[in-house]
Design a protein around this ligand. Structure first.
Ligand SMILES: C[S@@+](CC[C@H](N)C(=O)[O-])C[C@H]1O[C@@H](n2cnc3c(N)ncnc32)[C@H](O)[C@@H]1O
Length: 349
C-alpha cells in the first residue's frame, strides 16, 4: 500500500473538517500581517481583471476558505487603494491537494456567499500543478512539514542508520541528516514549481510549525504525542494485529524543520525575496491538555497515514490505546518544550 498524506475525510466529529481549529488559529493570528504584506508587497498588473489564488495542501475546510478569503479581502483593498478598481475584478481559486484528499467534502462545504470561481487541482505540490506565470498569490498552511518519501536507509533494519522510532525524534544525528536531506530536496522542488507558476511580483505565503534552536522534536508536545502513537502501534504489534517487521519499516513522512533551515533553503533557491519571516505567537497556540482533544487532534492528522499502511481497523485500535496512554502522559506533556509557528512571505523575483 502506498502512503497517503490525506487528513481524515468527511464531516464527522473525528474528521479534519471538524477538528482543525488549532491550525486555523495560526491563520487568524497572521491575518493582519498577511493584509500588510499584500498591501505593501504584491506587485502585479493592477489593470488585469482576473486574480488567481491557490492553496497548496488545502485539505478540507474551513481553514482553506479562511486563507483564501483573507487573501481576497486584502487584494480587493489593495486594488481599491491603487485606484485601479475601475472594472469588476474576478477571483479564481485553485484548491490543491493530493488526489486522495476528500475533494467532495471540500466542494460540498464551500462558503455559499463566496465571490470566487473554484477549481480543484489534485496532484503533488512538489511538482508543477498550474500553468506557467498564471498565479498571483499562493498560500500553503501546515503542509510543508510533509516529505515526499521516507529515506530508504532509515527504514532498513540492517542499516546502521535504521530509525527504531516512527518519526524524526531529533536525537540521532544520522536520522536527522537523512530526513533533512529529503526535506531540502522537497522544499527545493516546491519552491521551484511555485517559481514557474507565479507571475513576477506575485506572492507566496507559507505558514506552519518549526522548531526553536536547541529543541528536539521529541521534547515538544507534537513529538511526545507522535512517540505515543509509535508506542501504541508497538502494543498493537505485540497483540499480533500487525506484523512487527512491517511496523519496523513504518516511518512518518514528516520533518519539522528549524527556522534557520527553512531560511537557508529559500536563500539557496534564489527565485524569491524574503519579505517577511515572522514567528507568530497567539492565544490558542497551546493545545489543551485534554486526552480526548489530543487524541482526536492527532487522529485526524496522522490517522490517515496509519490507516493507509495498516488499515482502518488497526488505526482505530491504535488511537484507543493512544487515548489511554495520553491520560497517563498529561504531567509529561505539561512540561513539553514549546514549538514555534511561522508566517513567511516570499515575492517572486
Ligand atoms: C495538516 S493539513 C493542512 C490543511 C490546511 N492547509 C490547513 O491549514 O488546515 C496538510 C495537507 O497537506 C496535504 N499534502 C501533504 N503533502 C502533499 C503534497 N505533496 N501535495 C499536495 N498536498 C499535500 C495533505 O494531504 C493535507 O491535506
Amino acid at each position: 500500500m502506498s502512503t497517503s498524506f490525506a487528513m481524515i475525510d468527511g464531516e464527522g466529529p473525528e474528521s479534519y473538517q471538524k477538528h482543525s481549529k488549532y491550525q486555523g488559529g495560526l491563520l487568524e493570528a497572521a491575518k493582519e500581517k498577511i493584509n500588510e504584506a499584500i498591501s505593501m508587497k504584491l506587485d502585479i498588473d493592477f489593470t488585469s481583471n482576473l486574480v488567481n489564488i491557490a492553496d497548496f495542501g488545502c485539505s478540507t475546510g474551513p481553514n482553506t476558505f479562511r486563507a483564501v478569503q483573507t487573501i481576497i479581502d486584502a487584494v480587493e483593498h489593495n486594488y481599491y487603494l491603487k485606484e485601479s478598481y475601475l472594472h469588476e475584478t474576478e477571483f479564481q481559486v485553485f484548491f490543491n491537494d493530493s488526489s486522495n484528499n476528500d475533494f467532495n467534502t471540500l466542494f460540498e462545504t464551500l462558503p455559499p456567499a463566496r465571490k470566487y470561481f473554484v477549481i480543484g487541482v489534485p496532484g503533488s505540490f512538489f511538482g508543477h500543478v498550474l500553468p506557467r506565470r498564471s498565479l498571483h498569490v499562493g498560500v500553503s498552511s501546515y503542509s510543508l512539514h510533509f516529505v515526499s518519501k521516507i529515506p530508504k536507509e532509515i527504514k532498513d533494519r540492517d542499516s546502521h542508520v535504521w530509525n527504531k522510532d516512527i518519526h524524526c525524534t531529533g536525537f540521532s544525528k544520522e536520522v536527522v541528516k537523512a530526513y533533512l536531506d529529503q526535506y531540502k530536496i522537497d522544499m527545493g522542488s516546491f519552491l521551484n514549481a511555485r517559481a514557474q507558476e507565479l507571475v513576477s511580483g506575485g506572492l507566496l505565503l507559507l505558514l506552519g510549525s518549526c522548531l526553536p534552536n536547541g529543541v528536539q522534536m521529541s521534547e515538544t508536545l507534537n513529538g511526545m504525542m507522535i512517540d505515543c502513537i509509535g508506542s501504541s502501534l508497538n502494543d498493537i504489534a505485540k497483540e499480533s494485529l500487525i506484523d512487527q517487521e512491517k511496523l519496523d519499516t513504518f516511518k512518518l513522512p514528516i520533518y519539522v524543520a528549524y527556522a534557520g533551515e527553512i531560511n537557508q533553503i529559500i536563500d539557496d533557491n534564489g527565485c524569491y525575496t524574503i519579505e517577511k519571516f515572522d514567528i507568530i505567537s497567539y492565544e490558542n497556540e497551546e493545545i489543551p491538555l485534554d486526552p480526548d482533544f489530543l487524541t482526536v487532534s492527532f487522529k485526524v492528522t496522522i490517522g490517515g497515514i496509519v490507516s493507509s499502511q495498516f488499515g482502518r481497523h488497526v488505526m482505530e485500535k491504535t488511537f484507543e490505546v493512544v487515548k489511554t496512554k495520553t491520560q497517563e502522559m498529561i504531567p509529561q506533556l505539561a512540561n513539553a518544550r514549546p514549538g514555534m509557528q511561522y508566517l513567511i512571505v516570499l515575492r517572486r523575483i
